[in-house]
Design a binder for this molecule. Sequence first.
Ligand code: G3H
Ligand code: 13P
Ligand code: ZN
Length: 321
Amino acid sequence: MPLTHTKDLFAKALKGKYALGAFNVNNMELLQAIIEACEEEKAPVMLQISKGARQYANPVYLKKLIEAAVSLSNIPIAVHLDHGDSFELCKECIDEGFTSVMIDGSHLPFDKNVEICRRVVEYAHKHNCVVEGELGELVGAQFDEGEEGGGYSAGGHYTHPEEAVKFVKMTGVDSLAVAIGNSHGAYKFKGEQHLDLERLKNIKKALMDAGMGDYPLVLHGASSVPKELAQEINKYGGKLGEDTAGVPEADIEVARRVGCTKVNIDTDLRLAFTAGVRKVLSENPKEFDPRKYLTAARAKVKELVRHKIKDVLCCAGHAFD
Ligand code: G3H
Ligand code: 13P
Ligand code: ZN
């Protein structure tokens, strides 16, 4: 079975009102865990490759691993470049057959962000590839104190609905990553904080009102950073801070219902993987067979992915719609 195109996955997800899990892949065990969970739960999936993953594993190894996953499973699988930081990197991935790429110009001034997105869109669309842009800057909500829910992306960090419309029209990007208080990593918030879901609703509505239809939005930084995983890592010798914090899963569920079609999760996979490795090595200090601790890591990641696709993203059961 070949790769499934990102645009087909988006169309079905929008119709079925579920979100696609976009899980980061860096090695074989992560990939196997994701695919096995999605296969057993009959879920479509987006595999994301970052620039760092390409540097770590080598693009050819990753490509061949994904080819193996595609040939051994029967679920729809799309492959996406996560946080592409240049036209050249996006072009490389498009030429390699990725079904979508992200060009992340979110740190650039609006006009420069538009410019680089347009350049990538022009090349990508000629080669049947979908492009994700990002407007607004992902920073933890902790940095936005005093901004009453965050500033506009022109002068602050959050995505502004009218700017989002302008950005999509000017660039032609096929999906948009938004900044609504989300951030990457395991230390997202100080204390309990929430995404600005009202803003998300307004962005979706503004795009709809501007004639963009049910436009796919993307949520980065969607790890929930489960306390039990952080505790398990620390129990077996880790030293994560007390202040790990992620997005409450209830917020992700609302984001899905409001219209986030692609939900990016990486940190939670890393935590699960690390917890699995640490437990085996700590309980069996004489162990030195990587298969032993990597088997545990893979099982832990699989359990986590299964939970996300079933209970949070609701894409389980939709592989063959
Ligand atoms: O958003 C970033 C992803 O978690 C990928 O991280 O660049 O360390 O591979 P990375
Ligand atoms: P997390 O760090 O919350 O997993 O976010 C991952 C992500 O956004 C990848 O692009
Ligand atoms: Zn991201």
